[in-house]
Design a protein around this ligand. Structure first.
Ligand code: FES
Ligand code: FES
Length: 154
């Protein structure tokens, strides 16, 4: 089946198998390997991307279901060589260790920034509960998201 998906602002058109998952479309067809695969149970969130503005686990979506849609991945966040506020905040607040969960964590956090208001730590934790991190204990991740929200709403 032929599909057309706008990924990080660029229209991509490919012939794909109906069973191809969006995460494999991104990684294998488009070489956007920042979107990770960390489980086979839809539980880790490492594959999180934005699809038509929604936060989705791209291992739970078929590429054909995204046909005609707009996808943003971690590679689409930096603009004109400038890191996104969340990327800067994760670096400054040490919101990562091995980094495996980080792209999915940051993409999930973009939806929290889009709310356009200051969030409590509880709300931030709730917003990220679909994303697992084995390294950080989450504290620095929450600090990073809080700091990025403060920066963009200042
Ligand atoms: S790879 Fe774990 S939720 Fe998608
Ligand atoms: S930084 Fe290693 S899994 Fe989150």
């Amino acid at each position: 089946m032929r599909i057309r998906i706008t990924v990080n602002g660029k229209l991509q058109e490919r012939e794909v198998e109906p069973r191809l998952l969006l995460v494999h479309f991104l990684r294998d067809e488009l070489a956007l390997t920042g979107t990770h695969v960390g489980c086979d149970t839809s539980s880790c969130g490492a594959c999180t991307v934005r699809l038509d503005g929604d936060t989705v686990k791209s291992c739970t979506v078929l590429a054909v279901q995204a046909d005609g849609g707009v996808v943003q991945t971690i590679e689409g966040l930096a603009m004109n060589g400038e890191l996104h506020p969340l990327q800067r905040a994760f670096r400054q607040e040490h919101g990562l260790q091995c980094g495996f969960c980080t792209p999915g964590m940051i993409m999930a956090a973009t939806a929290l920034l889009d709310l356009g208001r200051v969030l409590t730590d509880e709300e931030i934790r709730h917003g990220l509960e679909g994303n697992l991190c084995r390294c950080t204990g989450y504290e620095n991740i929450v600090n990073a998201v809080r700091s990025a929200i403060a920066e963009v709403s200042a």
